[in-house]
Design a protein around this ligand. Structure first.
Ligand SMILES: C[S@@+](CC[C@H](N)C(=O)[O-])C[C@H]1O[C@@H](n2cnc3c(N)ncnc32)[C@H](O)[C@@H]1O
Length: 280
């Protein structure tokens, strides 16, 4: 959104759009991810965290791009399959190819609710949507670890009809929820609540072929608001309980219905898995 990189966390006025409650002393996952994707909506503290991670794991930028591309492919496939409602949890700072843009390229009247716990994401999303039809989209600041604050939220229900299929997107967000916080029960609550024909879209960080590498990279997140939890393919598959997995199942992120032939570099990006399940 902003043209220039944001300033020092200790100095310089906040950009006009940024809410006063944003914390510039801790790295935030949304802003680290924005930096990895080449965005400008991040602070020194986020860039420092990302650089620590990149030093340990140079593939992290390619992983971030592969993840964003997966989100795009999943939304397009589901929209083309007839889904017109999207609940995008852990939205991130909206960039080109965001959920609404892709969904509406297939269904101009697609309904999209963006949920994130980070006030800076909500500010960006609201600015982006200020001209949008309020009947078709909403921005909700909520924490996925408290599913009821999303599932019982009036603003969510004002846009999405829970009697009809909804694609629930949890793309690169569940790895910020620990087992102690019941990540699998949280996903199950969403699956239980949505109507048959709804979809669950998940991507999630994993250990990968160079054991310990992601573990070292996430030390960059040490001072961040959320720690990253790595899960293996079978633990990620377990998020899809109560759904039928679409082909090709839970696979490394670039390999979910790729739109081009994957090269060796992409096939080596096994530091995360993704899948899409349909509730029957
Ligand atoms: C890596 S970004 C992913 C953005 C987008 N889903 C994508 O894949 O392109 C993770 C996002 O999840 C959000 N997030 C992390 N923990 C969360 C939580 N407990 N509740 C809601 N959002 C959360 C972060 O603020 C960030 O925007």
């Amino acid at each position: 959104m902003s043209e220039e990189p944001l300033g020092q966390e200790t100095g310089g006025p906040l950009p006009e759009w940024a809410p006063p409650e944003i914390d510039r002393t801790k790295a935030h996952p949304a802003r680290i991810y924005d930096y990895l994707l080449g965005g400008k909506d991040n602070f020194d503290v986020d860039r420092d965290a990302a650089e620590v991670a990149l030093a340990a794991m140079p593939e992290l930028r390619a992983m971030a791009r592969a993840n964003r591309a997966f989100l795009g492919r999943a939304v397009r496939h589901l929209a083309e399959a007839g889904i017109t409602q999207f609940l995008d949890i852990g939205t991130g700072i909206p960039g080109p190819g965001n959920t609404g843009e892709i969904a509406r390229s297939v269904h101009p009247e697609a309904r999209v609710v963006y949920v994130d716990y980070d006030p800076i994401v909500s500010a960006h999303s609201r600015a982006l949507l200020s001209a949008a039809d309020p009947a078709l989209s909403a921005v909700v600041q909520a924490d996925v670890r408290e599913p009821k604050t999303i599932l019982d939220n009036g603003a969510v229900h004002a846009v999405l009809d829970f009697a009809k299929p909804i694609a629930v997107l949890m793309v690169a967000v569940l790895h910020f929820v620990s087992d102690a916080e019941d990540a699998h029960t949280i996903a199950a609550q969403f699956v239980d609540t949505v109507a048959p024909g709804s979809a669950l879209v998940v991507s999630h960080a994993s250990e990968g072929h160079e054991a310990g590498k992601f573990g070292a990279a996430r030390e960059g997140w040490n001072n961040a608001t959320s720690r990253l939890v790595l899960r293996d393919r079978s633990q990620i598959e377990a998020f899809f309980a109560g759904t039928e997995l679409m082909e090709p199942g839970v696979v490394i992120i670039p390999a979910w219905r790729p739109d081009h032939e994957l090269g060796a570099e992409e096939l080596a990006l096994d530091y995360g898995h993704a899948g899409v399940g349909i509730k029957r």
